[in-house]
Design a protein around this ligand. Structure first.
Ligand code: AMP
Length: 355
């Protein structure tokens, strides 16, 4: 197999949520077919894919059958079991590569990787028990945040320590899971960079976006972000450094804290990212198309921004506002087709653009 996929080839996507759905749409615009692998029934991506496999990640036969129908495998989330990846990788290329997954699946490995690259992170220490936690608090101080090393998302698996007296409760919140204590970063605001690297090492980054969270979930992303020209340059260069160090192929999200002492990397996501949804209406080539181009071995597009954008996530009951949003000029709606609205569930987003 050559590295460059021809039109008509099939891209396998692990995960059938909204990210898989939007990847699938981008792939079909370039003439590719997609095959979604998803354990849950009726995933959002199934509406827009050529084929869907509904099976758990432990089903070796289903994994093999899936891999045999696709030309390359990519994914929309990072917590794919290692055993499934071992099977899939023996049959087809996985892009982005395993190292990117291994690094980002575990907050401790991730922080070690980033600091080895010379990038700034919050102070951190591994915590497995009360003794570790007492030592970590002595070293890092409070306020601090205890986080599970794995499987945390949208602020889940985290416990804040205002003072050392909160140690017992924080440890109980981790329910025995291996954890990491992070020093609290006094940031002024949060930004992220969405960057893509191609098979031949070309790197393209979108303009940094400024992110506001509510209840631990991304609420809005605004471009342009409130950054100086040099902060913007720094954000893009450090993203390229991460992409190159991992020999990454595909799109990645890099979340940053902006502080008077410079940019501090919060975390990296080896996939298209919620804070990059603005690119769908702010750029000719969006993060999803860049990802598909990269994993298909195509040259990257120009991700230049042509408009100012505010992306707002539509979460749970925000869906009630859709009829009104649909009447707004310059508001591009992206709904995920989820059957059931639940509090905290991402149902769609809207990009309000100012050309
Ligand atoms: P995370 O799941 O690690 O991205 O954390 C979710 C949110 O919690 C971040 O977007 C920040 O707003 C906040 N947060 C996480 N880690 C820290 C930290 N070390 N210091 C201050 N705020 C943090």
């Amino acid at each position: 197999m050559t590295d460059t996929l021809p039109t008509g080839a099939t891209i396998g996507i692990l995960g059938g949520g909204q990210l898989g759905r939007m990847l699938s749409v981008a792939a079909s615009r370039l003439g590719f077919k997609t095959h979604i692998y998803e354990p849950g029934a009726n995933p959002p991506a199934a509406d827009v894919a050529h084929a869907v496999t509904t099976a758990p990640y432990e089903d070796e036969a289903a994994l093999r059958a899936f891999a045999e129908t696709v030309d390359v495998i990519t994914y929309e989330f990072e917590n794919i079991p290692t055993s499934a990846l071992d099977i899939l990788e023996s049959l087809r290329p996985i892009r982005p590569n395993r190292r990117a997954l291994a690094v980002s699946q575990d907050r401790l490995t991730e922080k070690a990787f980033l600091t080895d690259l010379g990038l700034k992170t919050a102070a951190f220490a591994a915590v497995d028990d009360a003794v570790d936690l007492a030592e970590a608090i002595a070293e890092i101080g409070t306020p601090a945040i205890l986080k599970t090393r794995r499987f945390g998302y949208d602020g889940k698996g985290q416990s804040r320590l205002k003072s050392p007296e909160d140690a017992g409760k924080a440890l109980a919140d981790m329910a025995g899971a291996p954890s990491i204590l992070e020093g609290f970063v006094n940031f002024t605001h949060e930004v992220s960079v969405i960057g893509t690297r191609s098979i031949d090492g070309q790197v393209a980054c979108f303009d940094p976006g400024e992110n506001v969270h509510r209840d631990g979930i991304l609420h809005t992303t605004t471009v342009p972000a409130n950054l100086t020209a040099s902060q913007k340059m720094d954000a893009v260069l450090l993203t390229a450094k991460i992409l190159n160090a991992l020999k990454y192929v595909g799109t990645m999200g890099v979340e940053l804290f902006v502080t008077p002492q410079g940019l501090i990397v919060n975390e990296i996501a080896p996939r298209v990212h919620n804070s990059g949804h603005w690119t769908q209406n702010g750029c000719a080539i969006d993060q999803f198309e860049q990802h598909i181009r990269a994993v298909a071995g195509w040259p990257l597009g120009d991700g230049k921004r042509h408009s100012d954008v505010v992306m707002e996530n539509l979460i749970g009951a925000d869906m009630d506002r859709v009829p009104d949003i649909a009447k707004e000029p310059n508001a591009a709606l992206h709904l995920y087709g989820k059957a059931e609205t639940k509090p905290g569930r991402k149902m769609g987003h809207v990009n309000r653009i100012t050309p």
